[in-house]
Design a protein around this ligand. Sequence first.
Ligand SMILES: *[C@@H]1O[C@H](CO)[C@@H](O)[C@H](O)[C@H]1NC(C)=O
Ligand SMILES: *[C@@H]1O[C@H](CO)[C@@H](O)[C@H](O)[C@H]1NC(C)=O
Length: 414
Amino acid sequence: MAKMAFCFWVLLLSLPLLISAGRSGVVSQNTFEVKKQLKQLNKPAVKSIKSPDGDVIDCVHVSHQPAFDHPLMQNHTIQMRPNFYPEGVSEESMKITSSSKSSKPINTQLWHTKGRCPKGTIPVRRTKRKDLLRASTIKSYGKKVHKSIPKPRSADPGFTSQSGHQHAIVYVEGDKYYGAKATLNVWEPKIQQPNEFSLSQIWILGGTFGEDLNSIEAGWQVSPDLYGDNNTRLFTYWTSDAYQATGCYNLLCSGFIQINNEIAMGASIYPVSSAYKGSQFDINILVWKDPKEGNWWMQFGNNYVLGYWPAFLFPYLSDSASMIEWGGEVVNSESEGQHTSTQMGSGHFPDEGFGKAGYFRNIQIVDGSNNLRDPKDIGIFTEQPNCYNVKTGKMGEWGNYFYYGGPGRNPNCP
Ligand SMILES: *[C@@H]1O[C@H](CO)[C@@H](O)[C@H](O)[C@H]1NC(C)=O
Ligand SMILES: *[C@@H]1O[C@H](CO)[C@@H](O)[C@H](O)[C@H]1NC(C)=O
């Protein structure tokens, strides 16, 4: 009896020790994982630049970038320029810069005020320990956690509640598309919850909307969980399996090959449109396919060819894309059982027009003859027009354009 009691007490006394040993085991495992992941993401830098917004930009030798971690990239020869541009790019760019008085072109990032990356390197936004610790798991950092397939026509009520994502987009489908272009008005929408985001982008899509969707995405976003602040940032995303195992934002996995030494993916865009009826700022984005090598290239502004997604990443984009979308997306986490007040675009509805609502202008596609063309038969899609809406139009210098966005929660969107 006494012996049993003794055993019992020993067990009871040692229990907290066992628990704390278990905990510290988890912690050191975690620390190890964090270190390993940081080492994987942050490549050795030739030079590092501290941006006023708190970012550190590492200038990484072009051949040391994350893309080359991929086993299929071992023997890849970097393309230092595209073989080919779609017809009509240069005239289009020149026309916009020379004739548009209402909006000034943006061609700088904040970190440029503190230095530049030398030739032969690329600027990479450094991932910090605290960035990884904000992610739900260390491995999921830089990946879209919820599936967020913006599939027009599936506007059944189940779709909205299932994914929690809200879109206000325009799209074209039913043809073969070899690229897309747009000029995106840039704002700094307010985000209600750190795990929500607001983005405005172009989607280049192939495959079906099931398990095999191939998607190339580029635009601007505010994402507190990803970046640790509320700044508006330039981003790209890709996936080849409907956001399951492949793909990531920016250079946060092996995929995109950057060649440009001036523009950092994920860096803050400066300036942005910030006042109602104030100065408007916008950025140009062009994504197109090199018909010879099959790579998908991206250009930012009129002068910066950022790099490319290698052809092998996208089995369903090996010929062409089957759908293009342009517009906004937010996460609606419905905390407190109400619609989120996270804004899309400027946070104002399309009806309010220029200087108030956000816009995309000069939306174009690249056709089978590699010409930039106006899209035909533009469709629009939004799950809840009382929360976020879209309104299209066509006029002079702006070509095909649309206003989009909204405030989220309001009396008509409870
Ligand atoms: C790279 O080249 C080497 C030597 O030619 C070859 O053995 C290897 O299989 C190649 N790797 C890939 C992924 O193509
Ligand atoms: C981001 O904005 C939210 C309100 O929209 C605010 O509560 C939060 O403190 C901001 N975060 C940072 C890092 O500034």
